[in-house]
Design a protein around this ligand. Structure first.
Ligand code: HEM
Length: 276
């Protein structure tokens, strides 16, 4: 595979990551309407006056989205068929983004938007680094992230106080929103437990790395809850959350052309007999 294209795919993946983090910053700072209900223009302009922080945030989000679009379309135009999935997701993402603005940020649209963004990030990483992944690890992480988006967008942050339990309860009695956040937490704890099991079983350095970032994410969540959800920690939780997803997509891989990795027996490699 031509190296410049692989480099382009990594750049596009980095921009897609930045796009996800900026999307969370848009939500945390309530900047979703920073460009009014105009799309693709921003307050009626291609280059709007940047005299309001919300306009700056929403417009930066759209600017990085444009950059990702140019990179993906460019790679397709260069004849790289491996990026077709990313292109399809990009089209869905742009349409969802437009509908989200027009419908006034309904939770379902915001969640679909985040899910597609995560899949786009994964598709670009896979284009840059093809190979087989562990479906269990990918699935568990993806669902954890989706329940995080539900927690953030359904207004379920205040429903579960305290850490690690939900209002000190193993079975929360505070209603459906508490259950949404509690499910997100239980999935995160399961992911951590599964990675601990992988570390104990294989002493694989890749599993150690994933466990480290998940433990960091849980520590950020605990601090965020104890301190009453400061915006900086909410943004950090969103950034590291997307980082966990990217790390899982990057790490649970056995590059097809890499014989050394192929030979390395590891439970993270789904092609081996002791798979999970
Ligand atoms: C593997 C671990 C975890 C991952 C990958 C993860 C991921 C995420 C993601 C992607 C979001 C949505 C961010 C956004 O769209 O703005 C989120 C939100 C949230 N997560 Fe997690 N999370 C993890 C662990 C936890 C844990 C252990 C807790 C609680 C103890 C927690 C509590 C929350 C809360 C309260 C929100 C809503 C925050 C907000 O509204 O900004 N998360 N999480």
């Amino acid at each position: 595979m031509p190296k410049p294209l692989v480099t382009l795919a990594w750049i596009a993946a980095s921009c897609a990551y930045l796009l996800i983090v900026l999307g969370a910053v848009v939500r945390i700072t309530s900047s979703g309407m920073g460009c009014g209900d105009h799309w693709p223009l921003c307050n009626g302009h291609l280059f709007p006056p940047l005299d309001d922080s919300r306009t700056v945030i929403e417009w930066s989000h759209r600017l990085v989205a444009s950059l990702v679009s140019v990179l993906v379309i460019g790679m397709v135009a260069l004849g790289w068929r491996r990026v077709w999935v990313a292109l399809a997701l990009l089209v869905v993402q742009i349409l969802l983004g437009a509908v989200t603005v027009k419908t006034g940020l309904t939770p379902v649209m915001v969640i679909l938007h985040l899910a597609t963004a995560m899949l786009l990030l994964a598709a670009l990483i896979v284009a840059a680094r093809p190979g087989r992944r562990s479906p269990l690890l990918l699935g568990l992480t993806f669902i954890t992230v989706l329940f995080g988006a539900l927690t953030a967008n359904l207004g379920a942050i205040a429903s579960c106080g305290a850490f690690p339990l939900c209002n000190g309860q193993i079975i929360p009695s505070a209603g459906p929103l508490a259950w949404v956040q509690w499910t997100h937490r239980l999935l995160a704890y399961s992911l951590a437990g599964y990675l601990i099991w992988l570390v104990v079983r294989s002493a694989d350095r890749r599993a150690w790395g994933l466990l480290a970032i998940v433990v960091l994410q849980i520590a950020i969540a605990a601090t965020m809850i104890q301190l009453g959800f400061p915006g900086a920690l909410q943004a950090a939780h969103a950034a590291v959350g997307a980082g966990v997803w990217a790390a899982v997509v990057i790490t649970t891989v056995r590059p097809a052309a890499d014989p050394a990795a192929a030979a390395a027996a590891s439970p993270l490699d789904p092609t081996l007999p002791d798979t999970h």
